[in-house]
Ligand binder design. Sequence first.
Ligand SMILES: Nc1ncnc2c1ncn2[C@@H]1O[C@H](COP(=O)(O)OP(=O)(O)OP(=O)(O)O)[C@@H](O)[C@H]1O
Ligand SMILES: [Mg+2]
Length: 221
Amino acid sequence: MARLELENIFYRYKGANKDVLKDVNCSFKGGQVNAIVGPSGSGKTTLLSIMAGLDEPTQGRISIDDQDLKDLDLDEYRRDSVSMIFQAFQLFPLLTALENVSFPMEYKGVPKEEARKKGKEVLDSIGVDGDKQSRYPSNLSGGEQQRVAIGRTLATGARVILADEPTGNLDDENSDRIIDILKQLAHEQDFCVIIVTHDMEIAEASDNVWRIKDGTIEQVK
Ligand SMILES: Nc1ncnc2c1ncn2[C@@H]1O[C@H](COP(=O)(O)OP(=O)(O)OP(=O)(O)O)[C@@H](O)[C@H]1O
Ligand SMILES: [Mg+2]
């Protein structure tokens, strides 16, 4: 079953005089890594925001597991179904790595001790271990911060991971590591992973590639 499906999506920013997205149709399945590529300003981040439920399309239909987003509680959808990873500046600076991961669970009602335990497991599993877990983001490398951000995503339980240029600030080694983690999550744990990227190597390593141009999208792989 398609996990996330977009049909005839149009989007225009308030006050703008033209559509950023024009009749976008695409669908993304669990178990696969999808890359979205396209020139700067072509609407990639806009599309991710719409998929994340942060913005509503001007026209068109989005569904998750065959349920129209219009019929769902958007707050719940944003909290439980999708998780967005940004390029940078996404961790709470005054929380430690572990707190950054456990906080969203506590926010959802998981008892503090249980959230910490799960947070530790998740961070261990992606190589942010030992004393790194009690450091503030400013005392971690860019790659480590990005892994904490992925850890936070995993801890929320969302099955769709939306990543906007997740390796944009990283060197090749850290970048490979992030992509390996995302691939593993898709292929071994059935997550639906959607990555916006300028990096053709990432696109090549993905199962599907979509290209946005002039506000429309086509599948090129
Ligand atoms: N809040 C806004 N109000 C009006 N126009 C906007 C707004 N945000 C983005 N845009 C415009 O919408 C278009 C698409 O922007 P978007 O951020 O989705 O591009 P992008 O493909 O992510 O680019 P990049 O690769 O540079 O991140 C651009 O022309 C941009 O100027
Ligand atoms: Mg962008």
